[in-house]
Design a protein around this ligand. Structure first.
Ligand SMILES: Cc1ncc(COP(=O)(O)O)c(C=O)c1O
Length: 424
């Protein structure tokens, strides 16, 4: 049985009844399943079994300190994109040698922090950044552990905002420039080229891009070795997609999730596609999943405030919106929305919208919804990744609480923000 399921028409996550949590802790509310996160991580580990590897959780997907601690205890490393994420990872008990640091716009103080902490690798994204890293390392009298982020020019056919490995994207270093830098930085006193990195995008639902990525990385690694570098690892980024949309009609959720919450592709298939080319290098593989570790572990619980009909349209106005879950507004992303208590009645076609003063504030558009009335509780599914971490205080709203359930027990892993955060 999936961790998220109906028990006599009452929605549970593991053995925890969700509406009891909503009543006790208020809404909007993020709730995550510990067992689901554990299973997801284990599936990644199993996918690469037999090959030296490190799963570096992409902290940006959900940076709750308790979730980081859970993954740290299971042996995860971290993919960080800011000094804040590196700091959170260290605080959660992830040792520096399991942390990598990416990002096109690293500030000098962030580079300095990474060098001082002696993290596994700084994933450098441009020639100018490499020069700056060398200067900072010289000032610190250190040799920086650097990995070049390659832009392999691979199209994942996804949303343009989450495609990162095409020539025209801002990320990474073009292949010809990477080759030149690899040649020029041979034996450099301040730069130790320890790895190669790429991350081609998020919400990837096909295997082929990973196969191509493996080939490009292998060729570049062979070239680096020919130039005299002793690479220590290949970092293939993350991106594995999750199914947000049902394969059928949402009204049938009462009996069947129809693929929602499952991974779009099997971790083992991704690993095999990558390893077809990479295995021969006999180097450890770093994999940086974010979404696929936490998305299906989380739901966002929201309460129906009002029903409204205007301009020939129906609106269900709920107490969560783009400030809690911006993905629908930002990427037109689909999230299934289900009742916490299923009851009989007439289905309604409506937009599900939040309280924020923006017309772009919606969770669902033109959706066929089960019977709904004021006061109902709804769960927005697959909300564990890029939910809370992309949330905001816009309209002077307060960020919601986060709860981690395990079996029939639960604990608050982040308190709802109090009003005085708005003046601090
Ligand atoms: C460098 C890097 N690695 C890993 C990830 C994680 O991607 P995903 O959550 O799709 O697995 C991202 C996401 O943007 C990223 O930028």
């Amino acid at each position: 049985m999936p961790y998220l399921h109906y028990d006599h028409d009452v929605l549970k996550l593991e053995d925890t009844v969700l509406d009891e949590l909503a009543d006790a802790h208020g809404t909007p509310l993020f709730v995550y399943s510990e067992s689901q996160i554990r299973d997801n991580f284990q599936a990644m580990q199993t996918a690469f079994v037999g090959v030296p590897h490190l799963i570096c959780y992409a902290v940006k997907a959900n940076s709750n300190p308790e979730i980081l601690r859970l993954l740290a205890e299971m042996g995860a490393g971290a993919d960080a994109v800011s000094v804040g994420e590196m700091w959170l990872a260290l605080k959660a008990g992830i040792p520096p040698e399991r942390i990598v640091f990416a990002g096109v716009g690293k500030r000098d103080d962030e580079i300095e922090f990474a060098i001082q902490q002696n993290i596994r690798g700084l994933n450098v994204e441009s020639e100018m950044e490499l020069q700056v890293v060398a200067e900072i390392a010289a000032r610190l009298q250190r040799r920086a552990r650097v990995s070049l982020r390659i832009n392999p020019d691979i199209d994942i056919h996804g949303h343009p905002y989450i495609s990162t490995g095409r020539h025209k994207d801002k990320f990474g270093i073009a292949l010809d420039t990477a080759r030149r830098l690899i040649t020029e930085y041979r034996g450099h006193p301040q730069i130790q080229l320890v790895g190669l990195h790429a991350h081609i995008g998020s919400q990837i639902t096909e295997i082929l891009p990973y196969r191509k990525l493996g080939e490009v990385m292998r060729d570049m690694a062979v070239f680096a070795a020919q130039q005299g570098h002793r690479l220590e690892y290949i970092d293939v980024g993350g991106g594995l997609g999750v199914r947000y949309e049902p394969q059928g009609d949402e009204r049938h959720f009462r009996h069947d999730w129809q693929g929602v919450n499952e991974l779009a592709i099997e971790p083992k298939a991704v690993a095999d596609a990558l390893l077809t080319s990479l295995r021969q290098l006999e180097l450890p593989i770093l994999f940086e999943p974010g979404r696929s570790l936490v998305a299906n572990a989380g739901v966002l619980i929201t309460r129906v405030l009002y029903l409204k009909e205007t301009g020939g349209k129906r609106f269900v106005i709920v107490d969560a919106g783009m400030t809690e879950l911006v993905r629908p507004s930002l990427y037109s992303a689909y999230h299934a929305i289900v009742p916490l208590h299923w009851r009989e009645g007439e289905a309604v076609r409506a937009d599900v919208v939040g309280p924020i003063c923006e017309s772009g504030d919606f969770l669902a558009r033109d959706r066929q919804l089960p019977p709904v009335q004021r006061g109902d509780l709804r769960a927005v599914l697959t909300a564990g990744a890029y939910g809370y971490s992309l949330s905001s205080n816009y309209n002077a709203g307060l960020r919601p609480a986060e709860i981690l359930v395990h079996g029939s027990s639960h604990r608050v892993i982040r308190q709802r923000q109090p009003l005085d955060v708005l003046i601090k």
